[in-house]
Design a protein around this ligand. Structure first.
Ligand SMILES: NC(=O)c1ccc[n+]([C@@H]2O[C@H](COP(=O)([O-])OP(=O)(O)OC[C@H]3O[C@@H](n4cnc5c(N)ncnc54)[C@H](O)[C@@H]3O)[C@@H](O)[C@H]2O)c1
Length: 317
């Protein structure tokens, strides 16, 4: 069995640098390949900066940031690695060229996971002579902070590869879901797209401002959705009767709302309307400030979610 204490990261931009930090935090050796001559400095700085955040999340107990090396080619990077995370640009010819280059250099049972957001597993399998060890392992940005990974294999994937990949991801602190069928955007991006479509529709129809639509999500359903998914939550919405009672009670309500949802398109005019609304809502805060606020709050939320669930009762002791 290939040694997953040795990993490789191919392409170390936004996503690859973050995976690198997380793999190091889990105690893995990481060999990175990125053709950009400035990549090594950027990745090392990124790991330094991410380490503190990962420590706050309890992810670095086994970690060692010094187990990081850089290779001069993708083939050299994957040598001896048991798990390879591919994060090269989202263009099929680049993905295919990378797979063709690494395939002869891989250990026999090494797993290669692609972070691809838009390309499908089937499209990417075209770059392999034998794609048996190749899967989709789609993260959320930044992977060292957001737990979800969407994992997918198909009938061309060797038996046992998907469960082994899931075990690897679990060991480094990720939460995985399995995608059973090829669709554009996998699962979570489709959910985000569905919600954002209606958010835009509400703004364009004058129902509420950009700031208030965003607030409606983050102060309302968004907070609950960090704890449980929508079907579980709705099963709690009609008392002891659970989900069947909820569906029975709200059949006409939901069918009516669904019939009324909007179908806006992203155009330059829509983009300008949203940007103006956002500038007003955020008092023109900079992207860097908003990103820092987001990351700070996500860390606190995760600490709360993963901390002790049963505080000692005041009657104890
Ligand atoms: N950015 C996101 O929010 C996000 C989220 C999930 C998944 N993804 C996926 O991750 C992958 C990478 O996206 P990104 O946002 O990190 O892109 P990016 O442009 O930030 O990084 C790509 C990196 O690949 C390097 N590169 C270029 N050619 C290469 C090659 N032949 N071999 C190795 N490295 C090469 C570039 O120098 C760059 O550092 C894409 O498939 C994307 O769909 C992105």
């Amino acid at each position: 069995m290939a040694d997953t204490s040795h990993t490789a990261v191919l392409g170390a931009g936004t996503i690859g640098a973050s995976w690198t930090a997380l793999f190091l935090a889990s105690g893995r050796w990481v060999t990175v390949f990125d053709p950009d001559p400035g990549a090594e400095d950027v990745v090392r700085a990124y790991v330094d900066q991410a380490w503190e955040t990962m420590s706050q999340l309890g992810l670095t107990e086994r970690g060692n940031p010094d187990r990081l090396t850089f290779a001069s080619s993708a083939a050299a990077a994957v040598e001896g690695a048991g798990f390879v995370q591919e994060n090269v640009p989202e263009r099929l010819p680049i993905k295919h060229a990378t797979f063709a280059e690494i395939e002869p250099a891989l250990a026999a049972d090494a797993i290669v996971a692609s972070s691809a957001s838009g390309l499908t597993l089937g499209q990417m399998q075209g770059g392999w002579s034998n794609p048996g060890q190749f899967i989709l392992g789609h993260p959320f940005n930044p992977p060292h902070l957001i737990p979800l990974v969407e994992v997918m294999g198909n009938d061309r994937t060797n038996p046992g590869v998907v469960p082994r990949a899931e075990a690897f991801y679990k060991d480094i602190g990720k939460v995985t879901i399995r995608v059973n069928k090829e669709v554009p955007g996998h699962v979570a991006n489709r959910l985000q797209a569905a919600v954002w479509r209606e958010a835009i529709h509400l703004v364009l129809s004058g129902v509420a401002s950009v700031g208030d639509v965003d607030k409606a999500m983050s102060a309302g359903p968004g907070l609950r959705w960090a704890v449980m998914g929508p079907t579980t939550l709705f099963s709690l919405g009609a008392g002891a009767g659970g989900l069947p009672a909820f569906c029975d009670h709200f059949t006409d309500t939901f069918n009516g709302w669904w019939d009324d949802l909007g179908t806006p398109r992203l155009t330059p005019e829509v983009s300008a309307t949203l940007a103006a609304g956002l500038a007003e809502a955020t008092a023109e805060a900079s992207v860097a400030d908003l990103a820092a606020e987001r990351d700070r709050k996500i860390v606190r939320l995760q600490q709360a979610l993963n901390g002790p669930t049963d505080p000692p009762s005041s009657e104890e002791g």
